[in-house]
Design a protein around this ligand. Structure first.
Ligand code: ADP
Ligand code: MG
Length: 303
């Protein structure tokens, strides 16, 4: 199983959009994918049509109670219209249910562990708990053979929730928006990855950077892409947890369909299969699969 945390302590850079649509792309390529929403805002859960009012346990119960991860998985829900207020139309299909999932026959192998607003209190509730940084890691262990890929959509902070994600995964993907402040704050993020690598999880590495909300054809986007490459070329030299980082070639262009899809509770492939957004996330999915295939060869050769 490959495990990936999508992190950036800045909001609005494309974490959730990438977590959801990359998960969907990998699922459509036939992989078994688990998406864990560890952001109290529950944007990824909502994006895939999961109703936070459902009685299926959430990541909150996982981190603060005796709940096992196997109790959390849900298939992406039916697709409520944005104005719809009928709760039945957005009731998620629990994994244990035998109900069909007519709206997403080809994303059946994508399961979601939903978030809940209560997760916002986890920081305080877990304050006195011994080993609070590794709860997710320990609980996720039982799912290792169930999935080919597990992705975690993180909140815009470097608190206990993001630390739980970093302690649980092998790889970090970092979405960046080509913006003149894109690199601002990155050293704090790298430092956090480095500390978690040293103290909690020695497999952790920053594997990839994804440029999101890309305005193709603009001078700014080209300049920032260049700066990002330069920054990581320098950063690679230290032999640290980010020394093997790559900038994925796929650029996720700014595309209104990507911003519309969440209100329909659908991945971009369900909502607008032929849009540039779908095209870009399909390409990113292909690039990610090729990247891991390459790594598997190297790991095999080294073993
Ligand atoms: P984060 O999870 O980092 O806060 P989001 O993925 O939620 O960021 O993206 C922030 C906002 O930008 C959302 O409204 C989302 O729908 C929109 N968005 C993300 N990526 C794109 C894109 N490539 N094109 C257009 N809108 C996008
Ligand atoms: Mg988000």
């Amino acid at each position: 199983m490959r495990s990936i945390a999508i992190i950036n302590q800045k909001g609005g850079v494309g974490k959730t959009t990438t977590a959801v649509n990359l998960s969907a792309a990998l699922a459509r390529a036939g992989r078994r994918v688990g998406l864990i929403d560890i952001d109290p805002q529950a944007h990824a859960s909502l994006h895939l049509g999961l109703n936070p009012q459902s009685n299926v346990p959430t990541v909150y119960d996982l981190l603060t109670g005796d709940t096992r991860v196997s109790e959390l998985w849900q298939r992406a829900g039916s697709s409520p219209t944005p104005t719809s207020s009928t709760p039945t139309s957005s009731t998620p299909t629990a994994l244990t249910s035998t109900a069909p999932t007519p709206n997403n026959p080809t994303e059946d192998n994508l399961l979601v562990a939903a978030s809940h607003i209560d997760l916002a209190a986890a920081e305080v509730e877990l304050a006195g708990v011994v080993g609070r940084e590794v709860i997710l890691r320990d609980k996720l262990a039982e799912a290792a053979n169930q999935f080919d890929y597990v992705l975690i959509d993180c909140p815009p902070s470097l608190g206990i929730l993001t630390i739980n994600a970093l302690a649980a995964v092998d790889d970090v993907f970092l979405p960046l928006q080509p913006h003149f402040l894109a690199l601002h704050g990155l050293s704090k993020l790298l430092k956090t990855i480095g500390l978690v690598n040293e103290r909690l999880n020695d497999r952790l590495q920053l594997a990839g950077v994804v440029l999101c909300l890309y305005e193709s054809g603009t001078k700014l986007a080209a300049e920032v892409s260049h700066d990002v490459e330069q920054f990581f070329r320098e950063a690679r030299k230290g032999g640290r947890a980010w020394s093997a980082v790559r900038l994925f070639e796929t650029r996720i262009r700014r595309n209104i369909r990507l911003a519309e899809a969440p209100s329909f509770g659908q991945s971009i492939f369900q909502y607008a299969a032929t849009s540039p957004g779908a095209e870009d996330y399909r390409a990113l999915g292909g690039e990610v699969l090729a990247y891991y295939a390459g790594r598997a060869l190297l790991e095999h050769a080294a073993a």
